[in-house]
Design a protein. Structure first.
Lengths: 77, 221
């Protein structure tokens, strides 16, 4: 089984990479981009029976820094 | 003063710190590998060096903060042992929860490597006792992730409790309230992005960094 963890900066935390990318998109002529926020996706290959609670624990202990980041876990078959 | 320098894979200022400590205290520090689980007995100071521990993978300092030795570092810090984290060491201390906040990518996205002017915001700590309040000093920085972030309540608390020890005198990396270095609530753990260990001898271009170690020697014996 697998889990997909999406980690994003919390709203209100300035994202310099997102802002630079937004600027570059605007420079390429793409109009109507209101904002860009950059996060990361972490795919975990897990032993069968691993619980969502265990993945949540992994996120809190290492995968996300909850001072600045939020995370979302999707358990996949 | 009995000191130890923790070495992580990817540390690159560990020997600079060791040379600085020996130059000022006359005694070489113990070098402790990150996979060790115990620190030498009777330490007065634990130093976490600059570098790119574990390649800065996931987040700067994230892996190092979970290294086996860090449990012993946290226990020692709780007992009141002085802990100094420089650059990546500061990142490790925030990731380990020994200091509040986080260090994010520099606001300008550039790696910043130059001398910067710092204002001493609190000269009443064991780390800053050889400086004067409000004094401007010059110390080099070399980092990509030095942009200090914390929520407004935390920033207010740090400032209100005198826990901001050093501020950048001008824009460097986008740090909230120009924070360059902070201490924990008991004043025995300092994290700072600039590298005091790089200005120990006049031949290095100045000695403003040396005074931090001289202050620690005076405070810790």
């Amino acid at each position: 089984m697998k889990a997909r963890v999406t980690v994003n900066l919390k709203s209100g935390v300035l994202d310099p990479q997102g802002r630079a990318t937004h600027h570059a998109l605007t420079g390429l002529g793409f109009a109507g981009v209101n904002d860009v926020r950059i996060g990361k996706v972490i795919e975990l290959d897990l032993a069968d029976g691993t619980t969502p609670a265990a993945v949540d624990d992994m996120c809190r202990q290492l995968l996300a820094n909850t001072v600045i980041e939020s995370f979302r876990v999707e358990m996949l078959p | 003063m009995k000191a130890a320098v923790v070495v992580f894979p990817g540390s690159n200022c560990d020997r600079d710190l060791a040379v600085a400590l020996e130059a000022v205290t006359g005694t070489a520090p113990a070098m402790v590998w990150h996979r060790d689980t115990e620190l030498p007995d009777g330490l007065d100071l634990i130093a976490l060096p600059g570098g790119f521990s574990h390649g800065d993978y996931l987040r700067s300092g994230a892996m190092a903060a979970r290294a086996p030795i860090m449990r012993a570092v946290a226990d020692a810090a709780a007992r009141g042992v002085a802990v100094l984290g420089v650059c990546n060491g500061f990142q490790v201390l925030t990731e380990a929860g020994l200091l509040p906040g986080a260090l994010m990518r520099n606001a300008g996205l550039d790696f910043v490597c130059r001398d910067v002017e710092l204002t001493v915001a609190n000269a009443q700590t064991i780390f800053s006792a050889r400086y004067d309040d409000g004094e401007t000093i010059r110390i080099p920085v070399a980092h990509h992730d030095g942009n200090y972030v914390a929520d407004a309540a935390t920033l207010d608390r740090l400032e209100g409790e005198g826990r901001v020890v050093f501020r950048y005198s001008g824009p460097v990396n986008g740090s909230a309230r120009d924070i360059a270095g902070i201490v924990n609530d008991t004043g025995n753990v300092l994290g700072l992005m600039p590298h005091p260990e790089r200005l120990i001898e006049a031949a290095q271009g100045g000695t403003d960094g040396r005074r931090m170690f001289e202050g620690l020697l005076a405070a810790l014996g």
